[in-house]
Design a protein around this ligand. Structure first.
Ligand code: SF4
Ligand code: SF4
Length: 267
């Protein structure tokens, strides 16, 4: 079933309209060209050696597919560009670290284990189980997300990257705590206006289950979030944050989705 046409606030529509105007002049903004992304990663890190070119065919395919298949609007292009530049910058930092510490190449990782799978299929619990074995060196989320410089023994428990990753995961944990008491729904001024806004608790559920692909309803949830009455009807009054007895902070979930969802399809 085709998702309903997304509803977007004026600021987002303005950015997309400017993008379409630029596209009419033959400019696809912001650029997703390979060279432009590589240069941006270089500027972000002050490094320029990407090492062996084995990653280039995959990058090339990804960028071609984003242009050909994803039909990204300007906001979507901004997000895609940011994520790819971050990954390329990680590559530059890792290679630089290897150059400064050539002895690392002599270290052997004996029989590494990789846990791969879609979200919510048991990978986390399997990983956690394997990590219980003191013979295993199991990288934590912050080490995987921010791999360079590698963690050091003396700062392993208070590295600032731990807090950075915690903040990223915090909202998902909070949404799981929702007890559906309805306090946020009653106190939401947008609900009081008598419109069709689905309300903060429903937005919390959309956020929580958007990351769960098991029932194949991701597209449908995206449609609900973007349709009139969805997340863009929230006026950010924050009453829902004040009244929630479980500190779920629905506004943070809504703000996150407002940032992420415009990356879907061209209006
Ligand atoms: S007030 Fe908090 S716990 Fe209650 S329904 Fe809203 S988000 Fe959930
Ligand atoms: S922030 Fe949004 S959801 Fe929360 S009370 Fe205000 S309008 Fe309602």
């Amino acid at each position: 079933m085709e998702a309903p046409r997304p509803h977007r606030p004026p600021s987002i529509r303005l950015v997309n309209a400017l993008g379409r105007a630029a596209s009419g002049l033959g400019l696809r903004l912001p650029s997703l060209s390979e060279e432009s992304l590589l240069r941006a990663a270089e500027e972000a890190t002050g490094l320029a050696d990407f090492g062996p070119s084995g990653f280039r065919p995959g990058l090339h395919q990804l960028l071609a597919s984003l242009e050909r298949d994803a039909a990204l609007n300007s906001i979507g292009r901004i997000f895609a560009r940011g994520q790819i530049v971050d990954l390329l910058a990680n590559r530059l930092r890792l290679l630089e670290h290897r150059k400064r510490h050539p002895d690392l190449a002599n270290q052997r990782v004996e029989r590494p284990l990789f846990v791969l799978g879609l979200p919510r299929t048991g990978t986390t619990i399997l990983y956690g189980l394997l990590a219980q074995d003191p013979a295993h060196r199991s990288p934590l989320s912050w080490e995987v997300g921010f791999p360079c410089p590698p963690p050091r023994g003396e700062t392993y428990h208070d590295d600032p990257r731990i807090g950075q990753m915690d903040r990223q995961l915090d909202q998902l944990r909070r949404c799981v705590d929702c007890i559906r008491c309805g306090a946020c729904f009653s106190d939401c001024p947008k609900r009081g206006e008598g419109g069709e806004f689905i309300g903060p608790a429903a937005c919390v559920d959309l956020f929580r289950f958007f990351f769960d692909p098991r029932d194949g309803s991701r597209e449908k949830r995206g449609g609900t979030a973007l349709a009139p009455g969805g997340i863009f009807d929230c006026d950010s009054h924050a009453n829902c944050v004040k009244v929630c007895p479980k500190d779920v902070r629905p506004l943070r979930a809504i703000t996150f989705m407002k940032r992420e969802f415009p990356a879907s399809r061209e209006e």
